[in-house]
Design a protein around this ligand. Sequence first.
Ligand code: ADE
Length: 231
Amino acid sequence: MCVKNAGYSRYFCILVIMKVQIISLFPEVFKPLFSSSMLEKASRNNLVSFEYINLRDFGLGPRKSVDDTPYGGGDGMVLMVEPLTLAIEKARDNDPNAIVILPTPRGRQYKQSEAIELARSKGLIIVCAHYEGYDERVTDYVDRQYSIGNYVLTGGEIPAMTIVDSVVRLIPGVLGGPESAANESFQDDDQTIEHPHYTRPEEFRGQKVPEVLLTGHHQNIRNWREDNKRK
Ligand code: ADE
């Protein structure tokens, strides 16, 4: 991102660690999430930038149509290949090395290992499909297809938010300390879930914080945490 410095004829370029472009018919649904909490802080600190491409801008004809009835008949409408492809090409023009992701129930299961790998990339383009589905030919323009679970949502926006949130929190500097993301659950995908956490008060309605956590004995605390992982 480059900005012109007021009073000077120079441009100053700020290096953003990761550029996330979202292609959607409903870009406004992302803003409340991406402009609060950790994601807002990450973008304020130039660790990530969010850009939205409205699929409607690539619609065809005077009505800017993006969908049509399915060949072979059946219920619902299908997103047409041309608007989707034009939107992806526009995003790729902005960031030629970005990874293009299509959330879809037909994709492979999205896991923490994928989030870790995507967090190393400098750019993501996420294509949110809708209606009954999308013309399969668009998958030629996509690098990854992910399902976030064995259920069907009305569109790709919630899966896109899930993917973005899981990736951005892994960018160095987004979470608290260097240990925050390193010790957490699912490092080995579905195997290990992190130990439980406690904070003040020491006792709540008769429920006490495990004694060992109050001792300050680091080795015993480490052992307790190890023993209390869910495997
Ligand atoms: N779109 C609709 N349902 C989905 C799912 N389960 N995963 C990814 N994308 C989707």
